[in-house]
Design a protein around this ligand. Sequence first.
Ligand SMILES: *Cc1c(COP(=O)(O)O)cnc(C)c1O
Length: 220
Amino acid sequence: MKMLKERLERVEERIQAAARRAGRERSDITLVAVTKKFPAEVVCEAYSLGMRVFGENYVQEFEDKRPALGALAEAQFHLIGHLQSNKARVAADLFHVIQTIDSEKLARRLDGMGKRLEVMIEVKLSAEESKAGASPEELSKLIDGIRACPNLALTGLMTMPPWNDDQEITRPYFRRLAELARQHGLEKLSMGMSHDLEAAIEEGATLIRVGTALFGPRVR
Ligand SMILES: *Cc1c(COP(=O)(O)O)cnc(C)c1O
């Protein structure tokens, strides 16, 4: 508990320092605590320290974990991993925000669940084959498709650049995502993780997704 509290303070200092450098308000940046591969107790511990927004990657894992979390009033859960259409119903039930829409088919499937959902589009900005996400070229059409879904509120873009421990290598991806969001009139930007949250905040991130810097290395 003490360790998590100290790590949270350290992350908080990093966020505030980056916001200050960028001339931004701390309140415009949401810390998404990424709890994938950590048990329910860790989520509860984070909640007791004031964390309210959580990111999970795997629908199945979170479905297993959710009952042990109890009510956790005001907690918000974001899906930040790839979503397969056949898991749309479970995902719509479990999550408040789906950050990883990458096709119209998936959007329509979610829309069909009849629940109001906030969604974001995952954008693939590199040629790396394993990465999910819509290409910048597909964005206009996908955005139109999602905006035609009455149950979905599209609020922004999300990306996960190829991993690099040098933030200056990653920064151009963040800048590009911000530019695409501006072009398409979208307000939120989910970008930046433990090792590059500074560059992300400086480039306009409104949601940063932080796992390791809060919870330590994922062992399982
Ligand atoms: C795991 C994960 C994170 C958190 O990464 P850390 O390096 O542990 O902070 C953020 N975003 C996505 C999409 C992830 O899968």
